[in-house]
Design a protein around this ligand. Structure first.
Ligand code: NAP
Length: 297
């Protein structure tokens, strides 16, 4: 792939690290973020900073967005200074934010009359894999465009999986996050159950890690659960929205996902209890509080 000019919108927890890796991969980079202070570090590393999404799109061949969700993508795409005003035939718009498959297809059909190719390319992996460039990129859209952009994706990730047509990257992302949200809640239940019955956290985690259920997620979240301290890697508010998209999608497709529907309620309730900015593992905190146990032993 020749060195296309890349535009990157959204420098939050994930986007900042991903944009840094694009820059370090040698691509000419222009960045935009609603709160301009987050662009400073990228500018110091050599990125250009655009004043508007439109300017960013005009300066780029490929525009990537890594934003909270559909409302943010819509806000930066549309309007007088929106990104769509700077996109033209031959350019590619890659949305790496997590949105529903239906929304991915909606953006694709909105951009098609301009001759702009759309890919949905959400990621599996959180803050640390974003920093290390070891995300898994779940791409939906034309195969040849995915192949053409694979070197760019591999500056941010360790693997690119072409999931199918536009929307299927988001389908795969809904699937993996449903599993993630459910597993995290189940670990919270084990902790709540064990503590209420007098088991120490040492014993609980020793048993867990010795079992066939031992996995990277449980190892990663152990410290937060034991210390009842949840600095956000994957904010809980994002899990609540992703589960909503999964439930909405299942309604459209007819899939039976009763567990995920219950999880959507629980994560949404946790968000309402001001836990939205905490890591999603704080769902355990809700369960522990409900059972009258707050700290480890
Ligand atoms: P984040 O830290 O909350 O960053 C969100 C970004 O969106 C910021 O740049 C923010 O701009 C921008 N934004 C939000 N609302 C906006 C609006 N109305 N107009 C313009 N810009 C807006 O989120 P994140 O954790 O990086 O996640 C980004 C996406 O990746 C989400 O879709 C999330 O579900 C997904 N994801 C996250 C993780 C994770 O572990 N964190 C993992 C996989 C996928 P400001 O800086 O101005 O607020």
């Amino acid at each position: 792939m020749d060195r296309k000019r890349i535009g990157f919108m959204g420098l939050g927890i994930m986007g900042r690290a991903m944009a840094e890796n694009v820059l370090q991969g040698g691509w000419p980079l222009t960045v935009y973020n609603r709160s301009r202070d987050k662009t400073v570090i990228l500018a110091e590393l050599g990125a250009n900073v655009a004043s508007t999404p439109k300017d960013l799109a005009q300066a780029s061949d490929v525009v990537i967005s890594m934003l909270t969700g559909p409302e943010a993508v819509y806000a930066l795409l549309t309007g007088e200074n929106g990104c769509a005003r700077g996109l033209e035939a031959g350019k590619v718009f890659v949305n790496m934010s997590t949105v529903s498959p239906a929304y991915a297809r909606e953006i694709a059909s909105g951009l098609a009359p301009l001759g702009v190719t759309y890919l949905d390319a959400p990621v599996s992996g959180s803050k640390k894999p974003a920093e290390e460039g070891s995300l898994v990129i779940l791409a939906g859209g034309p195969k040849e465009t995915v192949e053409e952009l694979t070197p760019l994706f591999l500056s941010m990730g360790k693997q690119v999986i072409h999931c199918g047509d536009v929307g299927q990257g988001s389908m795969a992302k809904m699937g993996i996050n449903m599993l993630l949200g459910t597993m995290m809640e189940a670990l919270g239940e084990m902790l709540s159950f064990g503590r209420a019955g007098g088991l120490s956290d040492d014993v609980l985690f020793e048993v867990l890690h010795a079992s066939t259920l031992a996995c990277g997620l449980f190892t990663l979240k152990e410290k937060m659960l034991r210390e009842d301290y949840y600095p956000a890697q994957f904010p809980l508010k994002h899990m609540a929205k992703d589960l909503k998209y999964a439930v909405d999608t299942a309604y459209e497709t007819g899939a039976a996902i009763p567990g995920a529907a219950a999880m959507q309620q629980l994560y949404t309730a946790a968000k309402a209890k001001d836990m939205g900015e905490m890591d999603f593992s704080a769902v355990a905190k809700v369960l522990l509080e409900l059972s009258g146990s707050k700290s480890g032993c």
